[in-house]
Design a protein around this ligand. Structure first.
Ligand SMILES: *Cc1c(COP(=O)(O)O)cnc(C)c1O
Length: 400
């Protein structure tokens, strides 16, 4: 049988997405098998003892530690990202929680961008301090603020680029240089940018995290997550934490995500192309105070975005002049685009952050993050771009 792991190093990302990490059973199936098993049996007591001392490449013990289908997903993700290893988790938040809690202890200091996905903000702002970790928040787009906040004792920096929901672009290479000068670990949540468009490890990140729930599944079916990094970090720091705390990915969901990876490149390229054409078509509509898309020249970090990401991405944000009332008229007038809080889906989805994902924040906190009452976040799906543009334009007209 061909060894797809040995050969995948020479393949381009698109080929890796289809083949990397595949482990075939003795039946030589074409599509990856779903090993829906919790545990594994041993031919002898001696074999069980040996496996608990050191499990080999194709030896598994218990699905909370690892499973062949989950391992295929981890290896395919690692091959795509160019990481030494990966650990898959039940959700994106299990990945964020696992990576941060495995790497940190009481007394540590971290620096985080303040524009974060809501649950990431809860972990960094509320949970970590409860366990004695000191957190400094910075405006992620301001490199001088990172420089001022990172100290010799800073253990880790955390950021999302592109950020949610205002689509700020953070200079990952710049932040990584500042962090590494002080010996801090750089952890990047790369969900919005996708592994296809932004290669955070190449830009200097040490650890990259995905919610696979988003573009990687991309068809609205299951939760999943993954943490990627060096073998020392993944197996030495992360695995002991995750295998004993129970954030394991289900083998069935790993299989769904493997199928998602096969089409990831095609999907996100089509979604980004549609997002770019929608952004260009809607810019300047009288209902809009601002249209935010990193691929447009008027985006404040457009040059950085062009350098750091292959496209402007699949997300755009619209700031409606008429505040919440106009935003609600816009949402309610849409016929194709669905109201939801998810993103990265084949179906175009629209969210009003101020009343949903960021409702918990005070008005002052929302203002500090640029989340106005008129702000709407759009995840562009796989529908025809002209249909989407017509739907969005009609709904903007209705919001006037
Ligand atoms: C969705 C998301 C998460 C959390 O992922 P889940 O799979 O929902 O747990 C974390 N970070 C970002 C940027 C996200 O968009």
């Amino acid at each position: 049988m061909r060894d797809e792991k040995a050969t995948s190093a020479g393949w381009s990302p698109r080929t890796r997405l289809v083949h990397a990490g595949t482990r075939r059973s003795s039946f030589a199936e074409t599509s990856e098998a779903i090993y829906l098993t919790q545990s594994f049996v041993y031919p002898s007591a001696e074999a069980a003892e040996a496996r608990f001392i050191k499990a080999g490449e194709d030896e598994f013990i218990y699905a909370r530690y690892g499973n062949p289908t989950v391992r295929m997903f981890e290896e395919r993700m690692a091959a795509l990202e160019g990481a030494e290893d990966a650990f898959a988790t039940a959700s994106g938040m299990a990945a964020v929680h696992g990576a941060l809690f495995a790497a940190l202890k009481a007394g540590d200091h971290i620096v985080s961008a303040k524009a974060l996905f809501g649950s990431c903000l809860y972990i960094v702002e509320t949970l970590l301090p409860r366990f004695g970790v000191e957190v400094s928040f910075v405006d992620g787009a301001d490199l001088a603020a990172w420089q001022a906040a990172i100290r010799p004792e800073t253990k880790l920096v955390f950021l999302e680029s592109i950020s949610n929901p205002t689509l700020e672009v953070i200079d990952i290479a710049g932040v990584a240089a500042l962090a590494h000068a002080q010996g801090a670990l750089v952890v990047v949540d790369n969900v919005f940018a996708t592994p296809v468009f932004q290669r955070s490890l190449d830009l200097g990140a040490d650890v990259v995290i995905y919610s696979a729930t988003k573009h990687i599944d991309g068809q609205g079916r299951c939760l999943g997550g993954v943490v990627l990094g060096t073998r020392d970090f993944v197996r030495g720091v992360l695995e002991p934490f995750l295998k004993h705390t129970g954030g394991a990915l289900s083998p069935f969901n790993a299989w769904v995500l493997l199928k998602g990876l096969e089409t990831l490149d095609l999907r996100v390229r089509a979604q980004a192309a549609a997002a770019a054409s929608i952004a260009a078509a809607l810019q300047g509509h009288p209902a809009l105070a601002r249209l935010i898309y990193p691929g447009l020249p008027d985006h404040p970090q457009h040059a950085l975005s062009a350098r750091q990401m292959e496209t402007g991405g699949t997300m755009l944000s619209l700031d409606l002049r008429g505040g919440k009332a106009a935003a609600f008229r816009f949402l309610n007038a849409l016929e194709i685009v669905l109201i939801s809080n998810n993103l990265g889906d084949a179906k175009s989805l629209v969210t009003h952050p101020a009343t949903t994902t960021h409702q918990r924040l005070t008005p002052d906190q929302r203002a500090g993050l640029g989340i106005s009452d008129g702000l709407v976040r759009l995840s562009v799906g796989l529908e025809d771009a002209a249909d989407l543009t017509a739907d969005l334009r009609r709904a903007l007209d209705a919001a006037l």
